[in-house]
Design a protein around this ligand. Structure first.
Ligand SMILES: [Zn+2]
Length: 262
């Protein structure tokens, strides 16, 4: 998957392939100068945006795999945010906590069922209640399996309903995480800083924040809770999943235009 990136030296628009690490070493196709592009975005956000873009472009079936992967990566994000948040109040340094977390994650990295188990416990410990939204039915697991493993060609409306369910769930959990999400984001900043410190002289560093479906919500979580809602705005809690997704799509869908051109 390619996206456009302006060269910091000559302004030429290069085509850059999404890197798993969000760190992209680029050589400009026009002026030949190297630069390093850091994209401040979490994996689950990238995946959900790719799914949304595919859905908007009419690739409903392809979108399902991206939405399903977005949910799995979000569960990882939640576990990481919680583990780092919890260690923040202890004598353990951030680096020690992050290293233990990475080592622990390796035990579950190749099996999504194990990851789901970690998420369930993290949710219980953080929120003090059962993650009752984790049933296979609520997660649309059967639909996902029929599409991905059995080749079902789903009607667009079913994919929209699936996307809405996942969006509403992630949106709700991000709201509950609030500032806790910053701990997982800090881990990304640390990885960026480490790469930055090793860049050869003469290589420019560029930091970007691409607009996306969840970005606005994340920033909203840092707004003081008592900010009054504008009059006539329907409170989010009274909207169903389809309405939450439709509203986000109306507000932020156009922000995904940068994904369309390549
Ligand atoms: Zn250039």
């Amino acid at each position: 998957m390619l996206f456009p990136s302006g060269c910091p030296v000559c302004g030429f628009e290069n085509r850059v392939e999404f890197a798993d690490s969000s760190i992209h070493d680029v050589t400009c196709s026009s002026c030949g100068k190297p630069y390093c592009l850091f994209v401040r975005k979490q994996k689950f956000e990238v995946l959900f945006d790719l799914g949304t873009r595919a859905l908007m472009d009419g690739y409903a079936r392809e979108a399902v795999a991206s939405f399903a992967a977005a949910l799995e990566r979000f569960f990882e994000f939640y576990v990481r945010a919680y583990a780092l948040e919890r260690s923040a109040g202890t004598e353990q340094s951030f680096d020690q906590a992050a290293a233990s977390l990475d080592a622990t994650w390796r035990h579950v990295a190749s099996q999504s069922e194990r990851q789901l188990g970690m998420f369930a416990l993290a949710y219980l410990l953080r929120e003090g209640r059962e993650p009752d939204f984790l049933s296979a039915k609520a997660l649309g697991a059967d639909f996902r399996n029929r599409v991905i493993h059995r080749g079902l060609l789903p009607p667009r409306a079913d994919v929209e309903a699936y996307a809405a369910r996942i969006f509403a769930l992630i949106d709700r959990l991000l709201t509950e995480l609030g500032r806790g999400a910053a701990h997982a984001e800090l881990a990304q900043e640390r990885a960026f800083a480490e790469h930055l410190s090793r860049l050869p002289e003469g290589v420019s560093a560029v930091f970007e924040e691409h607009p996306g479906m969840f970005r606005a919500r994340r920033f909203a979580s840092s707004v003081p809770a008592k900010t009054p809602l504008p009059a006539r705005t329907t409170p989010v809690s009274s909207l169903n999943d389809a309405q939450v997704f439709a509203r986000a799509l109306a507000e932020r869908g156009a922000g995904l235009d940068w994904l369309r051109r390549f």
